[in-house]
Design a protein around this ligand. Structure first.
Ligand code: CMC
Length: 433
């Protein structure tokens, strides 16, 4: 690496030609080598899975995977989880600063104002099969929102972008609850805007027109913290999907719908559902050894769900908060002896002492304990990833706004072509077989 007075750079020699690549410093964390000059020299980099590639500048969220640090706009996740609320965190992610009391009031008021969805969306939901997965319905319903707000989705207009963001944050709990109600054949419940964000969501999920619904404030608090912990995680697969979709100029509802589709996969947001199913399948501590052995077997595709992370090579700080929250929720419900929690703790302890996991730096991630909490809150397994999506909407809209508010280009990765070289077309009658 060479150093000019103001800037560092690295030099590559390609076909005898020297190419200078500037090195850019981040405010915290790794430096990056800008590789645009390579294109002029007719060569590209190759990095499937983006293991070593930064795709953008961002000032929203910082993750240090080696140290196990996560901050939103500079604030440690542990402090936000203890002192903030999900909506305040949404404001922070979107606007960059914590709100004043008046700003928070206005923001909360605006979210409340937008909780209702167009009545025609009810017909849209009725078209889904009775046993449709709630994620399938959420993904489609969020995309369908573009059909209702076509005139206010000018992504070059900051006001339109903010309005779409407010609508997405406000309506996603309503749509999520509708997807649940549809899947169990109960009537959809309209939002009650006298309630806070998490309470309103729980009310739309669990109340019915025939009985009064008692909302436990401890449950609402746990749900709020859970949403906050999922609110953003820099350039993960779903956020990168949202950014890539938006880079073509697509509208925010379509982009967030694409993000939900990406989140659904078991390697990403679907892992909370898979982790709980795994813990239930283990059933008894005496079976843990068998599951650990399967996870270590290179010929078995099984992985310990809720374990490992592309970036964290240390404890996922969200998992630590989640573990504490889990213990609090179970204790408040008088089930601190929950067999699931016991199995999870034993599994974690055994894995963390095992050479296979130590060598590969595999630690519990955010999804390891979240399933146990959600189950304790009465949330069915099918809804786990939906709840992740409600939380992550905050990050998706913040990233959209950040990207669209600055200079950006359409995202267009290159490839290493491995197909045929040029050949002549063979008429049908001359083809063999
Ligand atoms: N159980 C067993 N082995 C594992 C696991 C696991 N959960 N995760 C990674 N490994 C092994 C993997 O087999 C590989 O071993 P080897 O070097 O011998 O081939 C090594 O560790 C590196 O794994 P990788 O697949 O190259 O790592 P990655 O960064 O591409 O994948 C991951 C990260 C999260 C997809 C992966 O750890 C995994 O599949 N975990 C289980 C699913 C999960 O919990 N996902 C939630 C992620 S956190 C929530 C979110 O942000 O969405």
């Amino acid at each position: 690496m060479s150093r000019s007075p103001n800037q560092q750079s690295v030099h590559l020699s390609v076909d005898g030609k020297d190419i200078e690549l500037p090195v850019r410093r981040s405010t915290q964390g790794q430096r990056v080598i800008e590789i645009e000059n390579l294109r002029k020299a007719g060569i590209f980099t190759y990095d499937p899975g983006f293991i070593a590639t930064a795709s953008c500048d961002s000032s929203i969220t910082f993750v240090d995977g080696e140290q196990g640090i996560l901050t939103y706009r500079g604030y440690p996740i542990e402090q936000l989880a203890s002192h903030s609320s999900h909506l305040e965190t949404c404001y922070l992610l979107f606007h960059g600063e914590l709100p004043s009391a008046t700003q928070l009031d206005e923001f909360t008021g605006s979210i409340r104002h937008h909780t209702l969805v167009h009545e025609h969306l009810v017909n849209f939901f009725r078209g889904f099969h009775a046993d449709a997965h709630p994620m399938a319905m959420l993904c489609s319903a969020v995309g369908a929102l573009s059909a209702f707000y076509h005139k206010t989705t000018d992504i070059t207009d900051a006001e339109d972008r903010e309005l779409s963001a407010m609508r997405l944050i406000a309506k996603i709990p309503t749509l999520a609850a509708m997807s649940y109600k549809h899947s169990i054949g109960q009537p959809y419940v309209y939002p009650d805007n006298s309630k806070d964000y998490a309470s309103n969501f729980l009310y739309m999920m669990f109340s019915t027109p025939c009985e009064s619904y008692h909302l436990d404030p401890a449950v609402a608090h746990a749900m709020d913290v859970l949403l906050l912990l999922h609110a953003d995680h820099e350039q993960n697969a779903s956020t990168s999907t949202v950014r890539l979709a938006a880079s073509s100029g697509a509208n925010p509802f379509a982009c967030v719908s694409a993000g939900i589709a990406s989140l659904w996969g078991p390697a990403h947001g679907g892992a909370n559902e898979a982790a709980l199913r795994m813990l239930m399948e283990i059933g008894d501590d005496k079976h843990i050894g068998k599951f650990i052995a399967r996870a270590k077997d290179p010929d078995d595709p099984f992985r310990l769900m809720g374990f490992g992370h592309r970036i964290y090579k240390n404890h996922d700080p969200r998992a630590r908060v989640m573990q504490q929250l889990c213990a609090q929720v179970l204790e408040a419900q008088g089930s601190s002896n929950s067999p699931l929690l016991r199995t999870a703790r034993t599994l974690e302890r055994i894995a963390l002492e095992d050479d296979y996991f130590i060598k590969r730096k595999l630690y519990p991630n955010v999804d390891f304990y979240s399933g146990i909490i959600l189950q304790a809150l009465g949330v069915p397994t099918d809804m786990f990833t939906v709840i992740f999506a409600i939380g992550r909407t905050a990050g998706w809209v913040a990233h959209l706004n950040e990207m669209l508010g600055t200079d950006y280009r359409i995202g267009r990765p290159r490839q290493l072509y491995t197909g045929f070289t040029e050949r002549d077309f063979v008429p049908l009658e001359r083809r063999e077989g």
